[in-house]
Design a protein around this ligand. Structure first.
Ligand code: HQG
Length: 180
């Protein structure tokens, strides 16, 4: 991913996950935005976007953050939303025995007191492997990996979902299922 792609990816995350209204864009309940409207809104905000650039960003996204509809007319972020206008119907899935959450050491005390909370986002995000979780945790400081007893949570009634890009989602994790 080159610099222009990385910057465009951040812009797309911003408008497709958090603040569509910042460029007068509307997302439907499933998070879809019309690509022509996205390009027009971006232009009004002084940002040059075009279809080729959008496709290049979607395809080069390391985490497959975005999806384009089959008819090619719409785009959405596959997870990570904070805007409450979007409520994607994720397929409920049985999780593996354990999943991982990478965070920063400075959050640990609070997490061990309150459990994992979704913060600004709609879900707590969990990873299947320690390497991914480490990269996630590193964004906020010295990383620490939490191991979560996800199958036991599922057996006790917690719901799990998997986004198109493989990221696992759940509403929160009480401390009893967490270990460092
Ligand atoms: C922490 C990126 C204190 C939590 C990543 C995390 C991921 C608490 C932060 C995706 C807490 C929230 C999501 C508690 C949780 N007390 N801190 N009780 N409970 N936290 O960014 O999981 O590049 O909203 O540990 O790769 O870091 O955007 O969540 O550190 O997949 O596609 O509060 O975002 O993907 O931070 O990251 P975030 P996250 P993208």
């Amino acid at each position: 991913m080159n610099k222009q792609h990385a910057e465009t990816s951040k812009f797309l995350s911003y408008v497709l996950r958090h603040e569509p209204q910042a460029i007068g864009l509307t997302l439907d309940r499933e998070g879809w935005a019309n690509i022509a409207a996205l390009i027009a809104g971006a232009k009004q905000a002084g940002r040059a976007l075009n279809e080729a650039l959008i496709h290049a960003v979607v395809e080069s996204s390391d985490k497959k953050r975005f999806a384009i509809s089959e008819d090619g007319l719409r785009i959405r972020a596959v997870q990570g939303h904070s805007t409450h206008s979007v409520a994607i119907t994720y397929a409920e899935k049985i999780p593996p025995e354990f999943l991982y959450h990478g965070t920063a050491t400075r959050f640990l005390e609070s997490i061990m007191r309150e459990g994992l909370k979704p913060g600004e986002r709609q879900h707590v995000h969990l990873s299947e492997d320690i390497q991914t979780a480490t990269a996630v945790g590193q964004r906020y400081g010295k990383p620490v990996i939490l191991k979560i007893e996800t199958l036991r949570m599922h057996q006790q009634g917690f719901k799990f979902f998997q986004a198109e890009n493989g990221v696992w989602l759940t509403s929160g994790v009480p401390t009893e299922y967490l270990s460092v």
